[in-house]
Design a protein around this ligand. Structure first.
Ligand code: E4P
Length: 240
């Protein structure tokens, strides 16, 4: 779980890559992971092993693992199996009619379901009514076809707030920092992003330029200023 601001917008990494998750977890800003069949297939490892490795890396995080059946009975079977692997797993189910049937049953059994591939406010309304724990509107993929993904996110936030739905809104398919910032402004509960987008959030050219100037000035005056820390081992040699 990230930092100390537990109640605010959560960041998930949209990857199944262990190295990326490990390095994100070290930053203290990653609250979970979203995987999907495409991301998992890239890693070339058995699915269960991979998901459990991710759970170990984020002991307090949420790990989303997706079913691949398309009929409701198959989704229910896979959903129960995935949920049994680790208590932190949330089961991802696609937004189809069968998916909603499976969601309703699994939610009734206390299994947390993230409904994925949501592209309309109507779909978001349906899954909230059926008991989804999370809904994932895909912003970037809407942008890709010339529709504004942020408009959809705003609609969903409005509907969920007006109706007091407890389903969490996970802004997905994020391509750049503006998606993340706008989602945060709207109060989306979670933003999932590739490591590349997380890295972009850190960057500003004026930070780099400012730091370079600070260090150059310090270097010029170094002899007078001395060192902030003593060289390693110096204190031990000097004694207390
Ligand atoms: C969300 O859970 C999905 O894995 C993801 O955000 C898809 O994003 P893409 O459009 O970049 O593949």
């Amino acid at each position: 779980m990230s930092g100390r601001n537990g109640g605010h917008m959560k960041f998930f990494l949209d990857t199944a890559n262990i190295a990326e998750i490990r390095s994100g977890a070290e930053l203290g800003v990653v609250d979970g992971v979203t995987t999907n069949p495409t991301l998992v297939a890239k890693e070339g490892k058995p699915f269960r092993e991979l998901i459990l490795e991710i759970c170990d890396l984020l002991p307090k995080g949420v790990v989303n693992a997706e079913v691949v059946s398309t009929d409701s009975a198959g989704m229910m079977r896979e959903g129960r199996e995935l949920a049994s692997w680790h208590p932190n797993i949330v089961v991802k189910i696609p937004m189809t009619r069968d998916g909603v049937r499976a969601l309703y049953v699994l939610a009734g059994e206390g299994i947390r379901v993230n409904v994925t591939l949501c592209f309309s406010a109507a779909q978001a309304l349906i899954v909230a009514k059926a008991g989804a724990y999370i809904v994932s509107p895909f912003l970037g993929r809407l942008d890709d076809i010339g529709q504004d993904g942020l408009v959809l996110l705003r609609e969903i936030m409005e509907i969920y707030t007006a109706n007091k739905f407890s389903t969490q809104v996970l802004a997905a398919s994020l391509r750049h920092p503006i998606h993340v910032i706008e989602a945060a402004k709207m109060g989306a509960h979670i933003a999932t992003m590739p490591s590349k987008v997380l890295e972009m959030l850190f960057k500003h050219p004026l930070t780099d330029r400012g730091l370079e100037a600070f260090l150059k000035d310090w270097e010029k005056a170094r002899e007078t200023l001395g060192e902030i820390t003593e060289p390693a081992g110096a204190r031990a040699r000097q004694g207390p």
